[in-house]
Design a binder for this molecule. Structure first.
Ligand code: GKR
Ligand code: MG
Length: 448
């Protein structure tokens, strides 16, 4: 036991893990049967365990491992100093050209993700346990709400039977959503059925359709079908910048009655950056615009704000850090803009973290993105927070307020170790559908 001050970190472990996914379609191709994440587990001499989760892959895993000497032996109360030391020690990778993900090149996602977010989370988990308060009380201005609105993230899903890849089959499940989520869903009616099934299970009132798969006109027809089914629901679409400015304006002008906001409708073109193009889109359509692609750091945000390119910044804590994401929430709220969070496939540790971060966000956040519905059931926690009536519960216990199930973690680690490659590759599955398929940031993935 420590004598005075806060407990000291005695151990930091980095455990890479993998989980199962459906053949979800996006601009970058088709999701593979497995997705990867990295877990950070930090122990202190008060006997507590803190946890954090971040994107997968060897690059991020190695970045985390290199931080261990800067974390072990330090008092948890010095977590800001620990993170500052990590920032000062970190070097920009040679291959990082600074482009970020404005073209959704997923090979660059690892440079946008901040590995130390998982360490920040684990240390705040420990500090909350030491102080006996939930993590959200330590963030920003403290807890603002008991539950956090989340949206139903709808995806077109391809027929896994067209591949020989080991996608999960849940047709025997007793749960109607689990039975549905591994099947092909490409038609408008099937996406509406997907949304109805999700509403039944999780109570969502808001939905986002992942676009960039078919021609924009087809995807907007899906949006219309969704709005018809849910006249009071908020419906959004995210084609990840696949549309040209002219196409995006043509598709969205006058669409205020069906779209609550549009996310990253267009990207860079004709020598103009995506921030300039999105500003022109907003001027032409007057639709609220969200992004997780054109403002992923403060320098990008400065230009996006100066050009008034966006109304809603989906400041994913995996990109911005917990504190950075909430600093963004405060600025947006002061400026009359809106905060939310983007997501990628994740486990329930991220889900719990999203709950705490969003619970502390000032103002009126937009319903949060989460891919969890596609992973639900693959819990690494004994007590994963629940989504009910469209809201994610905020764990009430001290720190993150959840307990890791080490048996499940080690199974997920075994799955990870059985994979020949740990990096996300959306082209491999796609090539079963379209031989020789290659990523093109301007062409929806099924349009070749
Ligand atoms: O899960 O394939 C996906 C998404 O397309 C993801 O890669 C994006 O980063 O969902 C994300 C987004 O909002 O752009
Ligand atoms: Mg997006």
């Amino acid at each position: 036991m420590m004598e005075r001050g806060t407990p000291l970190v005695t151990e930091m472990q980095v455990i890479p893990v993998a989980g199962r996914d459906s053949m979800l379609m996006t601009l970058s191709g088709a999701h593979a049967p497995f997705f990867t994440r990295n877990l950070v587990i930090i122990k202190d001499n008060a006997g507590h365990t803190g946890i954090g989760e971040i994107h997968g892959g060897d690059y991020t895993c190695e970045a985390l491992e290199s931080c261990i000497p800067l974390v072990v032996g330090q008092p948890i109360g010095m977590y800001r100093k620990i993170l500052d030391n990590i920032h000062k020690a970190s070097k920009k990778a040679k291959e990082d050209d600074g482009e970020g993900i404005q073209n959704l090149d997923i090979s660059k996602l690892k440079f946008v993700v901040k590995a130390e977010w998982a360490i920040e989370c684990a240390l705040l988990d420990l500090l909350g346990q030491f102080l006996g308060v939930p993590m959200c009380e330590l963030l920003a201005e403290g807890k603002q709400r008991d539950q956090v609105e989340v949206l139903g993230y709808l995806f077109y899903v391809s027929d896994k039977g067209k591949t020989d890849l080991p996608y999960l089959d849940e047709r025997e499940s007793a749960d109607p959503w689990f039975r549905m989520r591994r099947n092909e869903m490409l038609a408008h009616e099937q996406i509406v059925e997907q949304a109805c099934c999700l509403q039944e299970k999780y109570g969502f009132r808001n939905f986002k359709l992942k676009g960039g798969v078919f021609e924009g006109t087809y995807e907007m027809d899906t949006v219309r079908a969704l709005k018809k089914q849910f006249p009071l629901g908020h419906i959004n679409i995210d084609p990840n910048g696949a549309w040209s400015l002219a196409e995006a304006v043509g598709l969205c002008k006058g669409a205020q009655d069906i779209l609550t906001y549009v996310e990253d409708p267009c990207g860079p073109e004709a020598g103009f950056s995506s921030r300039e193009i999105m500003a022109e889109f907003k001027n032409a359509t007057h639709l609220p615009v969200a992004t997780n692609m054109i403002a992923t750091n403060w320098r990008q945000f400065y230009h996006a704000a100066a050009l008034k390119s966006v109304d809603i910044v989906l400041a994913d804590p995996h990109f911005w850090g917990l504190e950075g994401s909430l600093r963004m929430a405060a600025i947006l709220n002061d400026w009359g803009l809106t905060w939310g969070s983007h997501s990628n496939n994740h486990f329930d540790i991220t889900l719990a973290t999203f709950a705490h971060v969003a619970a502390a966000a000032p103002g009126h956040p937009t319903a949060l993105d989460t891919h969890w519905i596609w992973q639900d059931g693959q819990d690494l926690l004994e007590d994963a927070p629940k989504i009910r009536n469209g809201y994610l519960e905020v764990p009430k216990g001290p720190g993150l307020g959840v307990r890791l199930d080490m048996k499940k973690v080690m199974e997920a680690n075994k799955l990870y170790n059985s994979m020949p490659s740990h990096d996300r590759d959306d082209a491999a599955a796609m090539q079963y559908l379209i031989p020789g398929w290659k990523y093109d940031s301007k062409k929806p993935c099924l349009v070749r």
